[in-house]
Design a protein around this ligand. Structure first.
Ligand code: IPM
Ligand code: MG
Length: 360
């Protein structure tokens, strides 16, 4: 198979971790007879430096013309980087929001799974970690607060900021259908997370989810308030299968879920539209504090590449090969600094990439 991949290495640790994922993909290509052609695009701070904007229309067009996008991370230190002196719509994050919207990537899948070998890195109590967990956070990605109208103005001499949270029933229905479809391939449970005791958008969310649920009689579903969900994630994460939620709640809950896997450096993600096209990226940020030091954990990005093989290219066996290689490396005790503990062996970012590549 010939796969045309737009690669956006981005800022911070992005270039280091994406390079490792490309190395692993090339090993897969060699072993299973596929060709991965990469076209590198700029987005985020590096695009601001080169073109004055976080994402050019030309880069969007090239991403659209590819089969899939592999992304590292964007952004810098929000207190010190000059990128954050620019107006909000010219900052690195605006590029990410723009590409999600332009490519129609409304469904963000963030799998949080506790590897047996990483239980020591899990910050939860032993009796909770021992039960393990395996959940898929389904985050709506192109609506809600992050895309609503916003402004800051002075009203009667007082600075006032407004952000708007809007969802229509179609936006809710399509993500709910994705959530239930994924649940059918997993343990057939959906927890729909909202704040229906306060927000109108959440009451509509609940109503539409209930309608969609009728088409999936085999799936058990429940509603959970977001504050309770934040608590349940640390109290009893094993209860979750698919966690279906809107944009901002998903942003927050997925960081929490990633941390209980041991490190945010372990959490892969896929952002999908209605077709096979997808953008694949680690859920963690650009980690400017450790950028360029060959210290970052490339596993989330490598697992994102596996998701790309599975969801865009239907290469399940090849995706399994990557996931198994990651497991094997962990079983053998190799760790980057974010997940290292006693009796394990510390390796750098590129060494971790090599170890996984060698086990394909
Ligand atoms: C994420 C990130 C982004 C988001 C930021 C960088 C805009 O936190 O992918 O979770 O909030 O979606
Ligand atoms: Mg986030």
């Amino acid at each position: 198979m010939n796969c045309n991949i737009a690669v956006i290495k981005g800022d911070g640790i992005g270039p280091e971790v994406v390079t490792q994922a490309m190395k692993v993909l090339d090993a897969v290509g060699e072993k299973y007879g596929h060709t991965f052609c990469y076209e590198q695009l700029l987005m985020g701070g590096c695009s601001i430096d080169a073109h004055g904007v976080p994402l050019t229309d030309e880069a969007v067009a090239k991403a659209k013309a590819s089969d899939a996008v592999l992304l590292g991370s964007i952004g810098g230190n929000t207190s010190t980087s000059p990128w954050y002196k620019l107006p909000p719509d010219k900052r690195p994050e605006a590029g990410l929001l723009k590409i999600r919207k332009e490519l129609g990537l409304f469904a963000n899948l963030r799998p949080a799974y506790l590897y047996e070998q990483l239980k020591a890195a899990c910050p939860l109590k032993e009796e909770i970690a021992d039960k393990g967990f395996d959940m898929m956070i389904m985050r709506e990605l192109t609506g809600g607060l992050y895309f609503g109208q916003r402004k800051t103005e002075e009203i009667d001499g007082v600075l006032t900021a407004v952000d708007t949270l809007t969802y229509n029933e179609n936006e809710i229905r399509r993500i709910a259908i994705k959530g239930f479809d994924i649940a059918m391939k997993r343990r057939k449970k959906v927890t729909s997370v909202d704040k229906a005791n306060v927000l109108d958008s959440s009451r509509l969310w609940r109503k539409v989810v209930e309608e969609v649920a009728k088409d999936y009689p085999e799936v058990t579903y429940e509603h959970m308030l977001v504050d309770n969900c934040a608590m349940q994630l640390v109290k009893d994460p094993a209860q979750f299968d698919v966690v279906l939620t809107e944009n901002m709640f998903g942003d927050i809950l997925s960081d929490e879920a990633s941390m209980i896997t041991g490190s945010i450096g372990m959490l892969a993600s896929a952002s999908l539209n209605e077709t096979k096209f997808g953008m694949y990226e680690p859920s963690g940020g650009s980690a400017p504090d450790i950028a360029g030091q060959n210290k970052a954990n490339p596993i989330a990005t490598i697992l994102s590449a596996a998701m790309m093989l599975r969801y865009t290219f239907d290469l399940d066996k090849e995706a399994d090969a990557i996931e198994n290689a990651v497991k094997q490396v962990l079983v053998e005790g190799w760790r980057t600094c974010d997940i290292v503990s006693d009796a394990t062996k510390l390796v750098a970012c590129d060494e971790m990439g090599d170890l996984i590549k060698e086990r394909i």
